[in-house]
Design a protein around this ligand. Structure first.
Ligand code: T4K
Length: 381
């Protein structure tokens, strides 16, 4: 039974996320250097500096910046010459399978583990055929794939491994940065990401030669004034984006720490409620603090995820169903044999349960408690 008065409606929408905005004066100081240099793109000083600062922060040997994460993934596929079929997750943002289509490669959807919500060696292996060239895993919400098992499987079958780590900025496994696994890991620096450059992305790479190839491919394949050696694309990050990134990077640790506090409030308030679960990182995994995911078990909660989302909207709380519908349900993929719902039972169940709650450092404790009040109230409405 519902008790008491309904919680107050927020006067302004409370979004699922808001970008980290550093003090404008700090950004202006960097922009003044850009202005003085009259160098706006094509590998300027800000780009060079951000590339090395990020490689150090992420703990990866090689890094290449991009104008967004999607182009970075397209280039990773080109650089590794993936062809034929690539095994990937249906539980992701549309960019993941679309980069395969843009490379004339067929996505083959593997089911996900119901807990990690990622594809696993056990779901990948039966889908490997003579046409498979790579695995494109997604560290969804920053929860890492079973990286060692996938690496072993890939070695056995001679496959490349690419990770979509759009959500995994700062994820480590027993202290090991997640991007040290696989041939290439993409990070997205979109405005909605914990670390951002408004739009942007990067590839973390294991191999120095691969970095040379990637850098050529993102700059039209231009080697020098006389030679164009590959059919490349324009994937370059400009100096304004890089300057923003350098300033945002100084504030990322504080944002992560604040998000960790917010997560504690959510867990304390919602974690024990019947039918609700706040997704947590497995033991030994450092959280990227990208999303705060609630799983709603409709039967136990007495309320579906969709009903909860609609009720929260009445309080001006704008949540998101990352990732419903599944990519395998899109018109462009639903005809594929691997996209058939009976082959992806876990993915369908998980996609019906997940709800991304407001999660960003600028939320006050009071805001978070009010969101929790609204969730509690909505479940009994
Ligand atoms: N792989 C995965 C697994 C991904 O999640 C993504 C991107 C990619 C690949 C591709 O990476 P990029 O090429 O984008 O670098 C957002 C983002 O646009 C997208 O980057 C992200 N994933 C995805 C999960 O979320 P939408 O359609 O939800 O964005 P939007 O505009 O509805 O924004 C969400 C909320 O954020 C808004 O309700 C308010 C707030 N917001 C948004 C923007 C853009 C702001 O407060 N300020 C802003 O500037 O896709």
């Amino acid at each position: 039974m519902r008790m008491g008065n309904p919680p107050l409606r927020f006067a302004q929408p409370i979004y699922v996320t808001r970008p980290l905005l550093p003090p404008l004066a700090e950004l202006n100081a960097e922009l003044e250097k850009v202005w003085a240099s009259r160098w706006l793109t094509n590998g300027g000083e800000q780009h060079i500096a951000l590339e090395s600062e990020l490689a150090a922060w992420l703990g990866v040997p090689h890094l290449s910046l991009f104008n967004n994460g999607t182009v970075a993934l397209i280039v990773a596929c080109q650089a590794l010459r993936v062809t034929g079929e690539v095994i990937t997750s249906p539980f992701t943002f549309p960019a993941t399978p679309h980069v395969l289509s843009w490379n004339n490669v067929t996505p083959v959807f593997a089911d996900i583990d119901p807990e990690t919500m990622n594809i696993t060696p056990a779901t990948i292996e039966p889908l490997i055929t003579g046409a498979t060239s790579a695995v494109l895993g997604v560290h969804v919400y920053g929860l890492p794939c079973e990286v060692s098992g996938i690496d072993r499987l890939a070695r056995t079958h001679g496959l490349n491994v690419i990770y979509d780590g759009a959500h995994a900025f700062g994820t480590t496994i027993d202290g090991e940065p997640v991007a040290r696994f696989g041939d290439a890991t993409m990070f997205s620096f979109h405005a909605t990401k914990l670390f951002h450059t408004a739009e942007g992305g990067a590839l973390a790479l294991r191999d120095a030669d691969l970095k040379v190839r990637v850098d050529l491919l993102k700059n039209f394949g231009i080697k020098n004034e006389e030679e164009v050696v590959l059919p490349g694309i324009n994937g370059k990050m400009n100096e304004l984006q890089a300057a923003l990134g350098r300033v945002v990077l100084r504030h990322v640790d504080a944002e992560r720490a604040r998000r960790a506090q917010i997560a504690q409030i959510y867990r304390g308030r919602l974690g024990e409620m019947t039918g609700l679960r706040v997704v947590a990182m497995p033991k030994g995994v450092a959280d990227s603090h990208q999303y705060l995911i609630l799983r709603v078990d409709e039967r136990a909660a007495g309320c579906s995820r969709d009903a909860l989302q609609a009720r929260l909207k009445r309080f001006n709380i704008v949540t998101r169903k990352y990732f419903h519908p599944l990519c395998s349900q899109y018109n462009c993929y639903r005809h594929l044999p691997s996209a058939q719902p009976d082959r992806l039972p876990n993915a369908h169940r998980v996609a019906a349960e997940v709800l991304s709650l407001p999660y960003y450092g600028a939320l006050s404790d009071d805001d978070v408690h009010r969101v929790c009040d609204a969730v509690e109230y909505s479940l009994t409405a």
